[in-house]
Every structure is written in C-alpha cells, then in structure tokens.
Design a protein around this ligand. Structure first.
Ligand code: CMP
Length: 139
C-alpha cells in the first residue's frame, strides 16, 4: 500500500552539504519527496520530537545535536514507504549498516547518523503532523 513517512536529514549531513546525495538515494528507491523544508530546531523542540527517548542516557546529547545546525524535514511517499525508507537508511549504528545504505555511506557515528525515519504507521502520522500541515503535502 502507498504510505507516507517522516524523514529528517540531520545536522551532520546538512553541514557536509549532503542533502542532494541523500535525496537521490530516496528517489532512486522509488520514494517521492512530497514535502520538504530546511529548519533549525531549538533544543526544546528537539526534546519534544524525541520525547519517547527522554529517559535514555543519550537524550541530552541527542537533543543538543539535533539543535546544533539546520535539519531538512521531509515527507516521503511510496509503496511501503516506512519500511523502504528504513532499508535505504540502513541500521542506526553505521558500523552495522549494510553497504550502499545512507548510514553506511555517510553517517559518522550512532548519534551523528545523518538521517531519521519513522518506525511505524502510527509514529509516521504523529511525526508528519509535528512538522507539516496537510496543505504542505503535495503528492
Ligand atoms: P533516530 O532514528 O533519529 O532515533 C533516535 C536517535 O537516537 C537515533 O536515531 C540515534 O541517532 C540516537 N541514538 C541512539 N543510540 C544512541 C547512543 N548510544 N548515543 C547517542 N545517540 C544515540
């Protein structure tokens, strides 16, 4: 079925000018970028987005990092978009990411891992509406 998922190109990647290369990976996999904007999160906004991780030992590091520079938030659409996006990203830790995946090619560490993607239909819906109004999604 056609799905939509929320993707974030993280500060380590925007800093290295990798937005186009990462978008090419999504498009080559058949995912369509139906909404996209470059924004700078505050630490508080990053904390709200990652609220599910607030008890984790890496929460402070994660929210500092996500507020450290611009991010590109985007909505990807396509057949099985949620799992397809996760395949194209590769494992969270770049050391475990399959060759050819975004994280294998570009990520610097488990924290600075270039991209985020929603993990399930329910979270995709929540994460998309965190950043985008319905009118901003142009399929
Ligand atoms: P993401 O998919 O954006 O969701 C939560 C993020 O927490 C994850 O990607 C990682 O970048 C980050 N993360 C997970 N484990 C660690 C860790 N041990 N240290 C720092 N960041 C982590």
């Amino acid at each position: 079925a056609v799905e939509r998922t929320l993707s974030i190109i993280k500060p380590d990647a925007t800093k290295r000018n990798l937005t186009g290369k990462i978008n090419a990976k999504f498009e080559e996999a058949g995912l369509r970028i139906v909404a996209q904007k470059r924004i700078k999160l505050t630490k508080a906004q990053a904390g709200e987005f990652y609220a599910v991780h607030k008890e984790r030992p890496f929460f402070d590091e994660l929210t500092d990092f996500m507020a450290s520079g611009p991010v590109v938030v985007q909505v990807l659409e396509g057949d099985s978009a949620i799992s397809k996006n996760r395949e194209v990203m590769g494992a969270t830790n770049p050391a475990d990411a399959a060759p050819g995946t975004i994280r294998a090619e570009f990520a610097e560490s488990v924290g600075e891992n270039s991209v985020h993607g929603s993990d399930a239909p329910e979270t995709a819906k929540e994460e998309i509406s965190f950043f985008f109004a319905g009118l901003e999604l142009v399929g």
